[in-house]
Design a protein. Sequence first.
Length: 344
Amino acid sequence: MSQGTLMALTASGRARPALHPVGWWAAVAVGATVAGILLAAAADGVPPAASAVAVTVSRAAMVVAGVAVVGLAVLEVLLPHGDRRAAPVLARTGEAAAVAAGAWLVTVLFAIVFGAAAAFARPVTALEPDELVTWATRLGAGQGMLLVACATAVVVACAVARVRRPEVVPPRVLLAAALFAVITPAVTGHAAAAHAFQVVAVVGVGVHVAAAAAWVGGLGAILVLVASRRGLLVAVLPRFSRLAAVCLFAVAATGVLTAAVRLPPALAHVRWEAAVQLYLTSGTGQLLLAKTAALVVIGCLGWLTRCRMARSRMPLLLWAGYEVALMAVALGLAAALTQTGSGH
């Protein structure tokens, strides 16, 4: 979101965020995940297994909770701590971060259980404890999720400590811990499995996920907690505007880079025109197209908002909420994309 778009949020006095928008955004992300699974299955001609759907939806819920914590941490960093107007917002931000971090840890644990059940091809109710331990400690996917659980537990500890004694854990520490936890599933999953250009794939997907989480989560947190406080909003927006511009560039650049690195090896010896055509007709390619389209629409929405901000011809805060909803769609499609054969 550009600086003009963000400054436009102050132009509409009547605009205010919708009641409890976080729940709607989470529902949009999960719905986009299910739609992405069905889209990929239709393109590949293979119906999705119930276990695969459960794993992917749990991963989407994990992403939503992680992005919420990152966004709240970003907002804590951006708020002017010497400004007395920020004190009540900081208190609400700290409490919300602790709750979101707890929910994040719960979704990670559910993802571990669903992942183990899918690996042993049995229902969750029939999963034996020793099978769960084996998957989480001896298999690569399980070890990665166990690392995610440990990282998320650290985030919970930092968030709770900030509520009780804010001076002990600076907001940047919470942000760093949350970013590390949110990128861990990606860098220990499909990106880490790429043999060619492995370092490029891991670094690229890590930057991609971190930038998207800071961008989406930060804007959502501002809309929910700061939008109704115009004086504080004017102080926060310029700082977030610079961050959003960097995140937008990082998401676009690393998305192209990781997509190129993760092309299936079978297409390596095919002419590039045919390789692109074949790739885009696969389930992974269809998801990538949908995710790219969502990013383009988000950029266009920001540009249109900037063009109209001087005239105040639309409820700009409401449009910013739509922008976050589109971001939630992109996050849901990304969650589905990571569970395909060559996800990004």
